[in-house]
Design a binder for this molecule. Structure first.
Ligand SMILES: C[S@@+](CC[C@H](N)C(=O)[O-])C[C@H]1O[C@@H](n2cnc3c(N)ncnc32)[C@H](O)[C@@H]1O
Length: 330
């Protein structure tokens, strides 16, 4: 054994360049690996095991992989899972044919939010702000201006840029959040600072071809150790006769909104459907429905419908808890 160690050390000393090249290659390649691959490769040698450990730490320090302006860390006092693995996106992905199969972690922070300002007066987007004929451009519309949980923002067809005051939900997550594990509900999203009523928290960013996946997810969920993040958003037309339905699935690709758990008591977040001028599909955004304390779990009601009699048990803890999570036919 001692002989072997000696031999290994001698070869490292003899080939310091080869050794350094191995580390450089490993540092480039290992961040792309999924957890199972990382675990296998860390068994092969001490160097790779150390690099794999560093990557695991990076992943648990920031679920957003540096895409958001603040790191969003995982905390787990319940079991040995350091983080939940999914591919992070900052924008909506329309189909499941996403080019994202792998994604490196720990990239440099390139998505810092731009300070809100007024958009140029040339903007003629017809949005609520512009409709009011404001000569100085679009103003930020507060939550109190939104009727029936629907809000309109400037979008791809507008002359203004991302700095426009009427693009409140388009500049990424600006509040501090963390993800913590609960014995019965799995991971959950928590406030890591005080969040004021009406403040934008995050958007549910996902792939949208979810309908066909519900059956698969149901089977996996019943086997334990799996929780899906699939939502159905319906936008009713004013006539009430038809609605646009969007299936949103954040199980494999998404952002940290995929960790928001359900509360039968409506929780502390309200969902607002945001339409942007020129944008094809509505977006589902979360705003604080009340003042939220630092450390409080962020929750909202997944819905009222419970079509499955064998639905998942609910542990929201609210006095009006129904006992089962909402479910519906997809
Ligand atoms: C959108 S995900 C939320 C994040 C999830 N807890 C996780 O660990 O990834 C929805 C899943 O979380 C779990 N969940 C959410 N709210 C819950 C609640 N009130 N009681 C029990 N489980 C809950 C269910 O497994 C559900 O399918």
């Amino acid at each position: 054994m001692t002989e072997q160690v000696k031999k290994k050390n001698t070869s490292e000393e003899e080939n310091p360049n080869k050794h350094n090249r191995l580390i450089q290659c490993a540092e480039l390649i290992l961040p792309w690996l999924i957890p199972q691959e990382l675990a296998s490769i860390s068994l092969t040698c001490k160097i790779l095991s150390q690099i794999a450990k560093t990557i695991t730490l990076q992943r648990s320090f920031d679920a957003s992989r540096s895409y958001e302006s603040h790191p969003i860390p995982f905390h787990n006092l319940i079991d040995d899972r350091p983080y939940a693995f999914f591919l992070y996106t900052q924008s909506q992905i329309i189909t499941s044919q996403s080019p994202l199969h792998r994604q490196p972690w720990g990239s440099s922070r390139f998505a810092s939010p731009v300070a809100a300002s007024r958009c140029p007066s040339s903007c003629d987007c017809n949005c609520d702000g512009c409709d009011q004929g404001s000569v100085s451009g679009c103003e930020t519309l507060g939550l109190e201006d939104q009727e029936m949980g629907i809000m309109r923002e400037c979008g791809p067809s507008c002359a203004c840029g991302i700095q426009c005051g009427n693009r409140l939900t388009q500049r990424g997550i600006s509040v501090k959040l963390k993800i913590a594990r609960d014995e019965r509900k799995g991971w959950g999203l928590y406030a890591d600072q005080v969040i004021r009523q009406g403040q934008f928290v995050c958007e549910l960013l996902t792939t949208q071809e979810a309908r066909s996946r519900q059956e698969i997810y149901d089977k996996l969920t019943s086997g334990g150790r799996f929780s899906s993040a699939l939502l159905v958003v319906r936008e009713h037309l004013p006539s009430g006769k038809a609605c646009l339905r969007v299936n949103i699935d954040a199980t494999r690709i998404g952002n940290v909104a995929r960790f928001i758990n359900h509360s039968c008591g409506c929780g502390n977040l309200s969902t607002v459907i945001v339409r942007s001028f020129g944008g094809l599909l509505p977006r589902l955004c979360f705003f604080a429905s009340k003042d939220i304390k630092e450390g409080e779990e962020l929750t909202f009601s997944y819905g009222e419908i419970r079509v499955r009699s064998n639905g998942l048990q609910c542990f929201c803890g609210s006095p009006c808890c129904f006992g089962f999570l909402p479910s519906e036919h997809t």
